[in-house]
Design a protein around this ligand. Structure first.
Ligand code: MG
Length: 305
């Protein structure tokens, strides 16, 4: 008998990236108290991890200028990892002072995007990551998010060989956990599977996650390609909020509610409560003024339990 799911994992972990990746794209500043209340609601949903904020320069991303206050204000639920993006040593100091559970460094697979996004070349960013790794030792878990793995707004397709080269350098720095990001939302399911197959032939022992955007409605198809390629950790954002401030026109992130409902219907456990994420999405609608209201209304229509 046919069983399309026989080789897929039984359990998947979800990193809710909305508070960082989604909210940084909302033009109007979301008041700190509202952010804290929403993150507290997200904490009850069963996510393995919540990317709470980013310790970037407030000039670069004013929306997240309250990173330290948000961290200080949230109620941490045991078992949930509260992580934050850290761009440099200055951000690292702030993140450590805030008691962040996991540090997320980032780098681009494309030299031009890295220069546009971080104002420096890949080699310089790697050197910065090396210094940060040396200064934290094994005190905190670390993940690196590699952007533009499947394509770059400036350079077009990024060859998987180049991605593998960068991953080798990260492994050499002691980085085990890596998220492969389709920052632009250009990846097709076929491409995702072929990149993962290529990386598999390279023999990496890294723990790979996937960060997808929903261009042309492809995110969920990409998830299935990811599952087939051995991925068991996905980033997603409640309400599908988020683009990329440096990749104009990028579609929203893979929506958490879509991901959870899809996986659970396939018999894959996420640990996330469907009822609670719908409640959290309702809270998001109330608290984020510029949210595309139709998106969430649609969501509640199509995901009625
Ligand atoms: Mg994103």
């Amino acid at each position: 008998m046919l069983n399309p799911y026989q080789d897929l994992p039984g359990t998947v972990s979800i990193v809710e990236v909305g508070p960082r990746d989604g909210w940084q794209n909302v033009a109007e500043f979301i008041p700190t108290r509202r952010k804290i209340d929403m993150i507290n609601a997200f904490s009850a949903c069963g996510f393995a991890e919540i990317e709470v904020t980013s310790f970037v320069s407030p000039r670069a991303i004013p929306q997240l200028r309250d990173a330290a206050e948000v961290f200080a204000g949230i109620d941490r639920v045991p078992g949930v990892v509260y992580s934050a993006l850290v761009p440099n040593e200055r951000g690292l100091k702030q993140a450590l002072a805030a008691g962040v559970d996991k540090l997320v460094f980032f780098i681009s697979a494309s030299e031009t995007h890295n220069r546009e996004n971080l104002g420096q070349g890949i080699a310089q960013t790697l050197a910065g990551i090396e210094r940060m790794m040396a200064s934290i030792g094994s005190v905190k878990p670390v993940r690196v998010a590699v952007s533009n793995v499947f394509g770059c707004p400036f350079e077009g397709k990024v060859p998987p060989e180049r991605v593998a080269e960068l991953l080798e350098k990260l492994v050499a720095l002691g980085i085990r956990e890596v998220t492969l990001c389709d920052t632009l939302g250009v990846a097709t399911p076929g491409q995702i599977f072929s990149v993962l197959s290529y990386l598999d032939t390279c023999g990496f022992e890294s723990d790979f996650g996937l960060h997808l955007h929903d261009s042309c409605g492809r995110a969920l198809a990409g998830v299935v390609a990811g599952l087939q390629g051995g991925i068991t950790r996905f980033d997603s954002s409640l309400g599908g909020l988020g683009g990329c401030p440096f990749a104009p026109g990028a579609a929203g992130n893979l929506a958490t509610e879509d991901l959870v409902f899809c996986l659970e219907e396939m018999g894959i456990k996420t640990g996330v409560s469907r009822d609670l994420i719908l409640q959290a999405a309702g809270m998001l609608e109330k608290n984020v003024d510029q949210l595309a209201g139709h998106m969430l209304s649609f969501l509640r229509g199509c995901h009625k339990p």
